[in-house]
Design a protein around this ligand. Structure first.
Ligand code: SAH
Length: 373
């Protein structure tokens, strides 16, 4: 990692804002995270103890194993198609897929049916993923559009949607003004409100119309478009997509959830663009409409604890404990607790599933959790 790259990114943002005026939070996020040369995700491996944050598959093998078994179960439910595309959006270190594939070996015929497709922009992480999956071949793509569409799709995205850009709007009387990022004479970034008001379609603001003065809503057209693209594929190819992330299951928007994390600590999101991970909570309710628009079924969101408990995390833990040494037992038990405890990831994290119409209820969900328009 080159420290001067962060400074270069901040400089180019200052230049852009001075030339063209304050930029949206979405544009700020997109540039800070995904600038082709200087963006946060283009330049480093953000995961692990030495990195900035840690994710469920990095905490415990239980997570990837259960996801793998859920995907394998859906393959059985589809009638064991001879070829299936197993895809992940933002696979990080490849840990989830490696654990998933190991666990799913018990399902006869499934490993041979799989073609692996990884959507990842970071060259460093692509390399890491290749190592984690070796000797299994995989193909990498910059976007979902690159994944083939000639076989059923089994897709997982863990902590991917939270990094996609959102725009923020602040309530002022009957109007909404966009929250923008500006720069002062000293070069420090700060928030301002757009001078003009933004007319927001009522549909986008479901649940937001009763919010008090000064409330913030977050809208992510990129996230919704991605889910719609995914849903269109499921409608055409068949299959299932599992989306896991932190966010609300409330219909009422959560307000300003933009956060920056660096070296496992929350920092000011505007202080060091390109040097800290930026994310927002995923508004899961906003994902239902674009999915249903393509005629697929949507389930959830349910808490990560409910999802993992239904997939049998308790049984899997017992199984592994039987063959574990003392140090490994400790790690397994603490991993299980961190993934499912409501005070840790159990409640804040949610899972949602999408399947082609008419497919069986996806593993980890109940028929009552199927969404209707
Ligand atoms: N799913 C992994 C990693 C989460 S971090 C885990 O749970 O551990 C987010 C991942 O998404 C990283 O691999 C990052 O490089 C990738 N990523 C972020 N923005 C992306 C984008 N716009 N397109 C493709 N990959 C992206």
């Amino acid at each position: 990692m080159r420290p001067e790259a962060g400074a270069a990114l901040a400089d180019s943002l200052r230049h852009l804002i001075r030339e063209a005026g304050p930029i949206s939070v979405a544009r700020y996020m997109a540039l800070a995270l995904a600038h082709p040369a200087l963006g946060y995700y283009r330049r480093r491996d953000p995961l692990g103890a030495e990195g900035d944050f840690i994710t469920a598959p990095e905490i415990s093998q239980l997570f990837g194993e259960l996801v793998g078994l859920a995907l394998a179960q859906h393959w059985l439910d589809l009638g064991r198609p001879p070829r299936v595309l197993l895809a992940e959006l933002g696979p990080g270190r490849g840990t989830l897929l490696a654990d998933a594939l190991r666990a799913a070996r018990v399902v006869t015929g499934f490993p041979e049916a799989i073609a692996l497709h990884l959507v990842e922009t970071s060259p460093a992480l692509r390399e890491r993923q290749a190592r984690a999956l070796a000797p299994r071949p995989a193909r990498w793509h910059d976007t979902l559009a690159g994944v083939p569409d000639d076989a059923p799709l089994l897709l997982v995205a863990n902590e991917f949607l939270d990094a996609l850009p959102v725009r923020q709007f602040v309530r002022e009387g009957r109007h909404w003004r966009e929250r923008l990022v500006a720069v002062d004479d000293e070069g420090a970034f700060h928030f301002v409100l757009a001078r003009h008001v933004t007319p927001l379609p009522g549909l986008m603001l479901a649940g937001a119309t009763d919010l008090p003065e000064g409330s913030v809503v977050e809208l992510s057209s990129v996230r919704e478009a991605l889910v719609q693209e995914l849903a269109a594929r499921l409608a055409g190819q068949g299959g299932m997509a599992l989306v896991i992330d932190y966010g609300g299951d409330e219909r009422v928007p959560a307000g300003d959830t933009l956060q920056a994390v660096r070296h496992h600590r929350k920092v000011d999101p505007l202080a060091t663009p390109g040097e800290a991970d930026l994310s927002t909570h995923v508004d899961f309710h906003a994902l239902i409409r674009p999915a249903l628009a393509e005629g697929v079924a949507a389930y959830g969101p349910v808490t990560q604890a409910a999802f993992l408990n239904r997939l049998g995390i308790g049984l899997r833990l017992e199984q592994l404990l039987r063959h574990a040494g003392p140090a490994q037992r400790e790690a397994l038990a603490s991993g299980h607790r961190r993934l499912t405890d409501p005070a840790e990831m159990g409640r804040l994290f949610k899972a949602m599933a999408f399947t082609s119409a008419g497919a069986p209820v996806p593993p980890g969900f109940t028929p009552e959790e199927k969404r209707t328009p």
